[in-house]
Write a protein that binds this ligand. Sequence first.
Ligand SMILES: Cc1cc2nc3c(=O)[nH]c(=O)nc-3n(C[C@H](O)[C@H](O)[C@H](O)COP(=O)(O)OP(=O)(O)OC[C@H]3O[C@@H](n4cnc5c(N)ncnc54)[C@H](O)[C@@H]3O)c2cc1C
Ligand code: FES
Length: 283
Amino acid sequence: MTERVLAPFGARECEVVARRETGGYVVFGALDSSGPMPAPGQFYMLSAMGWGADGGRPFLPRAFSVAAAEVAEGGVHLAFLLEAVGPGTAILAALEAGSHLTLTGPLGRPFSGPDEVNPGAPGAILIGGGIGIAPIAILRRDLSRRGVAARTLLGFRDEAHSGGFELFGECQEIGLAFEDGHRGHHGYVTDLLEVALKGDDAADAAVYACGPPAMLEAVRLIVAERGAACELAMESPMACGFGACFGCAVPLAEGGYMRLCVDGPVVRADEIGTALVAGAGHR
Ligand SMILES: Cc1cc2nc3c(=O)[nH]c(=O)nc-3n(C[C@H](O)[C@H](O)[C@H](O)COP(=O)(O)OP(=O)(O)OC[C@H]3O[C@@H](n4cnc5c(N)ncnc54)[C@H](O)[C@@H]3O)c2cc1C
Ligand code: FES
């Protein structure tokens, strides 16, 4: 398993150094002057000025996958891709360069290398849905830096609920699916996965996925049927992000539960009983 990068103790303040709108989403960059380089699949708990103002929501920090990370002058430049869906994401999405946020991380278990997911796998198949493309983007760039071939399949509801394509850099091989059919395949991104896994390829595949629960559940069932090895980056409601509150419990295939914040968010698809986690947020 890829080593998880451990977070320094406690929360730290970081400067927001960039913000741009990308389709229906926002990308913002923060300079982490004292944290380590995260591994793809890890996440941070973020909060900002205005959190809990006047006793209102949000009270707790919110979890965000790191979408890109580069060593920069003065620290590590972290990029996050987000969609404003509630009070916390609305505050974060409005942060301008020069403002500050509070961050804890990197947290959680990262993606494994294709060889660890499926020894002998010639490459990887990456599949992202909606805002869940964030950890797929950093994984795609990491694999390409390491010379690992990867096919990338991205799916969105419609134009207003899509964006962040530039996070994939010069990666040309992206298969697109839109539910409203205005671009790419008309339908679900999992239709493209079924095609990619046709024939004998499935047993050699190393599949990675992140997206809404319904998409992850479809991926989980497809790879189980085809005998393909797969890791899923999942969401569940997270209050602490480091194992203390048990708010993020997800049922295991063999019975019992895991805490997604420390035993995930990246899990093996055959490790969990279902990807349909209540309160995960994404449609
Ligand atoms: C490990 C992990 C990684 C994550 N990575 C990202 C990321 O990279 N980018 C990102 O934007 N989000 C990400 N999320 C989801 C993000 O944490 C939530 O969207 C956020 O907590 C919402 O906070 P809020 O205060 O804005 O809304 P809340 O008060 O939490 O929710 C308000 C309302 O919006 C609904 N809702 C919450 N989240 C979503 C959603 N994503 N889509 C649609 N409806 C939603 C809720 O069900 C509720 O009705 C991640 C979550 C986890 C656990
Ligand atoms: S979020 Fe608190 S234990 Fe996982």
